[in-house]
Design a protein around this ligand. Sequence first.
Ligand code: NDP
Length: 507
Amino acid sequence: MTTQESSTVEDRPATATTFESLNPANGDVVDVHPVHTAEEVEAAVARAHEEAAWWSALSYDQRHELLTAWKGVMTRRLAQLAEVMHQETGKPHGDAMLEAALAIDHLSWAGGHAEKVLKRRKVPSGLLMANQAASVEYRPLGVVGVIGPWNYPVFTPMGSIAYALAAGNAVVFKPSEYTPGVGVWLARTFLETVGRPVFSVVTGLGETGAALCRAGVDKLAFTGSTETGKRVMAACAETLTPVVIEAGGKDALIVDSDADIDAAADAALWGACGNAGQTCTGVERVYVHERVYDEFLASLTTKARGIRADGMAGAQLGPITMPKQLDVIRSHIADALDRGGRAIVGGLESVGDRYVQPTILVDVPEDSLAVQEETFGPTMTVAKVRDMDEAITLTNGTRYGLGSTVFSKARGMEIAERIRSGMTAINGVITFAGVPALPFGGVGDSGFGRIHGPDGLREFTYPKAIARQRFKPLMPLTSFRRTEKHEQQLASMMTMLHGRGTTIPKP
Ligand code: NDP
């Protein structure tokens, strides 16, 4: 089958098996999609290689123009896209609009900055190689495979898709089985605008994603859980295919004694409960200076009582998109309570069949599941700390290192710089994700590689270095004509250039 066919539900081949995309708020079938086989994924990638040849031969300006046209279509149909997102994830329409708007802003930045970041530029050649003109440019890799999650089905994969396309690659995208319609919508509007399936989609379950890893892509950008990320890496290792891994997190929010407490409580609540807590950079732990702990907790508790998840008009939180996550959330709360923790808002009874109400846990031991493992629900632990040193030590005390937040008037930068995470927001929450020039990604079990910003563009390229001789060298160092005299001259030159360091006295 062709890639073009793979982007439409109606055109699915009669031989393909199918799967349903469901509305998590009520279980209704949103749509039916093909489960693409390994052969079909290979065909999609082969077609993408042809498209990559065409796309990479365009100038930066031409690609920018086409990406701008796509951006325009997405923007004009924002409400339509948000509706597909709402149907498939259950997230409130307004949240879906915000997510898609941020993705469009990134697409704009990537298209507009690709030339400046990636085009050939001169670099100093150094005294030893003064006869060389040295330069480097960043060239597209070819075809980038993108595997995405369901929680931010537009913003997250577009962090790879937009930057890979702007850098001159073709893209084959495998969306989560919970949000295939969003992926199909993106590929369909791209095809409509650009006229060629430089960006295409394959749908299916985990096996389709595994097939994409083995289908001949030149790089695989994965966003999802740490465990699946390891499987993706293992599959890609078979063919030495490089990977970007954007995995899970256990982000902390720190509140210093001089912080704006109302703003910190507001940020903690939105960071923990926004998108029903299903945010990779969501707030899952809060560490508060003992001097403001009671005040913070009182403010947070009052605000949390005004938030609900029930599918009725005015509810701020949608359902839990992936039903099996309900068991994880329940087990984390149960473990915290069993081990001496207390729920001051919500609790075990907050976990329903589809919805989870906000839950705030205190006195939870630091080695419990709710503090160490990704919960991915509208829950948070709040702990009192004696000072910021303790807050930083505890913040750095998990295997994850994705994002983090600091509320402090005087010491925000100082605290942020000591946190082991890929990104930190000061006196705001998750703000780094909306700044297109900032790289997005984690350390440790949160993965590696970067999307967004200049780093995100370079991630989908390889550097091509060229040294061009401008005039003959004074000494033939890289030739068998080199003599002992030349070597002595080299030694003298090295002494002059690098021999001046003083000897460090022995302790
Ligand atoms: P999963 O790891 O379950 O799935 C992610 C994607 O991988 C899905 O498309 C999935 O397909 C696919 N997949 C599953 N098995 C395989 C396999 N063997 N080989 C290749 N692909 C496979 O994650 P979720 O979709 O549940 O997403 C939630 C996770 O994503 C959380 O941990 C969250 O923190 C993380 N995340 C990280 C972000 C970041 O930027 N660091 C951003 C957003 C989310 P299918 O759905 O069909 O099983």
